[in-house]
Design a protein around this ligand. Sequence first.
Ligand SMILES: NC(=O)c1ccc[n+]([C@@H]2O[C@H](COP(=O)([O-])OP(=O)(O)OC[C@H]3O[C@@H](n4cnc5c(N)ncnc54)[C@H](OP(=O)(O)O)[C@@H]3O)[C@@H](O)[C@H]2O)c1
Length: 358
Amino acid sequence: MKEYNVAILGATGAVGIRMVDQLANSTVPVKSLKLLASAHSAGKVMDFNGEKITVEETTPESFDGVDLVLASAGGAASKKFLPEAVKRGAVCVDNTSAFRMDPEVPLVVPEVNPEQLKNHKGIIANPNCSTIQMVVALAPVFKKYGLKQVIVSTYQAASGAGQSALNEFYQQAKDYLEGKQMSADILPTAGDKKHYPLAFNLLPQIDVFEDEGYTHEEWKMIHETKKIMLNDMDATDLKVTATCVRVPVPISHGESVYFEVEDKSATAEDIKKTISDAAGVTLQDDPDHQVYPQPLNAEGKRETFAGRIRPDQENKGCFNMWVVADNLLKGAAWNTVENAERLVDEDLVKVPKNYYQK
Ligand SMILES: NC(=O)c1ccc[n+]([C@@H]2O[C@H](COP(=O)([O-])OP(=O)(O)OC[C@H]3O[C@@H](n4cnc5c(N)ncnc54)[C@H](OP(=O)(O)O)[C@@H]3O)[C@@H](O)[C@H]2O)c1
């Protein structure tokens, strides 16, 4: 069996440490593994399948001899290093937003659009965490009944902003309970002018504000959904709008998803059956026994959970649904490794001659 030299870029981050674990529990045959980060973590030792591996500072030469890169070190590091890795013959699955909207880069959720993998030119993008869990739940409905519009409100966990944001949130909660002043230096978003505590609070801002009062996270949900489901980031035949909110939960995002199908004969029972038959999504929908998806139960699981599916009483063909998934696993590390498994299965771990060169 063919084996691969793999590198994980950003191996010490909230997503990266889970990539190491997901890779160890995957079908990807690993010949060697390099763990890469910034100078800050160089020398740290991490475990992979019982093997102790020392984290190295990333340079372009780090990718010499590497076949497959799983990247999660932020957009700037991906833009700097992934073209270098591709030039050296490595296929990269990138978890950052650096290449997601590039028409030359497939944006892939294996349960939804795996056929796009074969179009890669060396880089495959992993969608944003909040988009992934929504499309995993909606895609089977879209394929069977068609979709006209989606209105989503998210309830996103602190860890979605990285390990340092999660640490800040825990410290705020501790300080608040001890009657101390809470301080905030990261959330709602590291690069913005003001910072607010998340503990015992809600922050209706994820990432920076862009056109017409939408945040970049909301913009990503709209256009990534269209690119994944219709292969066109600006498609107008599916209408999508989003409100993204950071909530004081450590891990796993929740989403209230309102959607309208094209086939008006579809009932809530049809929608539930379609979702329960689909890959990667588990139906947890039993109001009589108070069964519905919750962040605490989703943490550490690879699948997406859907429930509270019910018809809009006044608009036929419209439904409400509640979706939860571990943002660090299905929203990031597992989707990346799952894409890598598919690339291996389909013998696509090779860089084509017309490789990505921007
Ligand atoms: N958290 C989520 O739920 C989630 C979901 C989907 C996508 N993402 C995306 O995934 C990426 C990483 O997120 P995260 O939450 O894991 O962040 P994080 O906890 O802050 O970790 C960042 C990682 O990147 C490394 N790094 C930073 N700058 C680097 C550089 N210049 N060169 C090499 N390595 C560098 C860090 O290494 P050091 O230890 O040396 O600092 C660390 O390993 C981001 O682009 C994020 O938007 C995150």
